[in-house]
Design a protein around this ligand. Structure first.
Ligand SMILES: C[S@@+](CC[C@H](N)C(=O)[O-])C[C@H]1O[C@@H](n2cnc3c(N)ncnc32)[C@H](O)[C@@H]1O
Length: 124
């Protein structure tokens, strides 16, 4: 996949809202335009969404679920699905799916996470 940094992508705009580093000027400009149009609710929504993801994965892992498919995973950030699930069950397996895996030009993309953890796969 060609890395286009002159056009914003949803994954990188979301990363910016979460305070991540895998975003470019075009993503930050788009995020600022969204904020101007919608107010701070956009960034707050991203953070709340991420907290929900952590809560629900923790709840499922505690309930004994050990296989997860995370569709529209976004770029790796803190407390990714596999990290939360494996905190409760080190054998939990996770498949990440996103049409923007950011395989080049990102500090780390979903493929890097998959390479570092044999129970994790990344697809697009
Ligand atoms: C809001 S962001 C990530 C949200 C993340 N799951 C979370 O809870 O923090 C939505 C993600 O969906 C991805 N996405 C959008 N359309 C998609 C599609 N058709 N197939 C796969 N991924 C898609 C975007 O690239 C983006 O990374």
């Amino acid at each position: 996949m060609d890395l286009r940094i002159d056009r914003p992508t949803p994954a990188r705009v979301y990363d910016y809202f979460l305070g991540g580093k895998d975003n470019y000027a075009s993503d930050r400009q788009a995020a600022e335009q969204i904020t101007q149009a919608l107010g701070n609710g956009a960034a707050e929504g991203a953070r709340e969404n991420r907290l929900f993801l952590r809560r629900v994965v923790a709840w499922l892992a505690r309930a004994g679920i050990d296989q997860f498919i995370d569709i529209g995973a976004g770029l790796p950030t803190q407390d990714n699905t596999h990290q939360v699930a494996q905190r409760f069950n080190p054998d939990a397996r996770v498949v990440y799916v996103d049409n923007d895996r950011c395989n080049s030009g990102c500090v780390h993309g979903l493929d890097d996470v998959a390479h570092a953890n044999e129970q994790v796969s990344a697809l697009s």
